[in-house]
Design a protein around this ligand. Structure first.
Ligand code: FES
Ligand SMILES: [Fe+2]
Length: 318
């Protein structure tokens, strides 16, 4: 039998996805973006609000982020000066009294927290079905200022999320033991998953019963927190954004409690980033099988695939 070599193309999922770091968008700044297989213009109004619009002007099609300028709360097209407000409606056309009713661009629902700006993407334009949770760590005084890391990969985003539910690859790709079996809890109408693994850890300051808590919010956002060593914590917040069907952008926010920053903080952060770099050649050269042959250690992968289906409008996701 000839096994199939066909790559099953995954559609782009629905959900909240990061489109920029907050620090990369100052008031009055306009940024050209590509996400969700769309060309987009992101700007921050003088009042400080992040606004995301489809890129191309309804007039003669200029890219609003290439030479476009912020005027107050609006964005002015570089070509003939039409101005668009945060709802995407054209509110001024130079030298014209009337504004054609079709003079508008799509405006994306945006929210900003955890040092990132997110957009709600839905293939059928349905409104947001959940909120991005606030990760309550960056403002706390006993944690280091977060380290922000960007990683671009030529991989459909679901493959990145699936990695967390693949215990056996840790041994072969990362050279570390598989995390112990996790208990899963679902929340947010089934859209959030919390996986808790307990393990005994030997450290220079003693042996502790620790918990590794991995939470996933929709298909694009997750946290990994370790607990159980008194006064010591590490936190990783990961966002994955579909750029198109085969490219994804990861944004990582890493922080540790200050008491271990000097001894252990760098190792933790570089260890996480180097770890994912070991996955990249596998991801970038694999195909996605929609019907993989699974074995008894792949229970979590099967469960993850079923869970992902709720994030797709098109048949063929998950
Ligand atoms: S193309 Fe935008 S104003 Fe003409
Ligand atoms: Fe991995």
């Amino acid at each position: 039998m000839n096994a199939s070599q066909t790559h099953h193309a995954l559609p782009i999922p629905n959900g909240w996805f990061a489109v920029a770091w907050s620090r990369d968008l100052e008031a009055g700044q306009v940024v050209k973006l590509r996400c969700f297989d769309r060309d987009l213009a992101l700007y921050r109004t003088r009042g400080g609000k992040a606004v995301l619009l489809d890129a191309y002007c309804p007039h003669l099609g200029a890219h609003l982020a290439v030479g476009g300028r912020v005027f107050g709360e609006t964005l002015r097209c570089p070509f003939h000066g039409w101005r668009f407000d945060e709802s995407g409606r054209c509110v001024e056309i130079p030298h014209c009294k009337t504004i054609p009713p079709l003079a508008r661009v799509k405006s994306w629902e945006v929210l900003e927290r955890n040092a990132m700006i997110y957009a709600w993407r839905h293939a059928e334009d349905k409104p947001p079905a959940w909120e991005v949770p606030t990760i309550d760590v960056s403002g706390q005084p006993d944690w280091t200022p977060p380290r922000l890391v960007d990683i671009d990969v030529a991989v459909p985003m679901q493959e990145l999320a699936e990695n967390n539910f693949d215990p056996v690859h840790f041994e072969f790709v990362h050279g570390t033991p598989a995390p112990p079996p996790s208990d899963y809890e679902y929340a947010g109408n089934g859209r959030f998953v919390r996986a808790v693994s307990n393990m005994t850890r030997e450290t220079p300051i003693g042996t502790f019963d620790t918990r590794l808590i991995r939470e996933t919010f929709g298909l694009g956002l997750s946290t990994v927190v370790s607990e159980g060593i008194p006064g010591v914590g590490t936190m990783l917040f990961v966002s994955v954004t579909p750029i198109d069907a085969t490219h994804s952008k990861m944004r990582w926010l890493l922080t540790v409690t200050k008491n271990i920053a000097d001894d252990f903080g760098e190792e933790f952060m570089t260890g996480i980033v180097n770890g994912v770099m070991m996955d990249v050649p596998i991801w970038e050269n694999k195909i996605h099988r929609d019907k993989p042959v699974l074995c008894e250690t792949d229970k979590d992968i099967g469960e993850f695939r079923r869970w992902t289906r709720q994030f797709y409008s098109e048949v063929g996701g998950g």
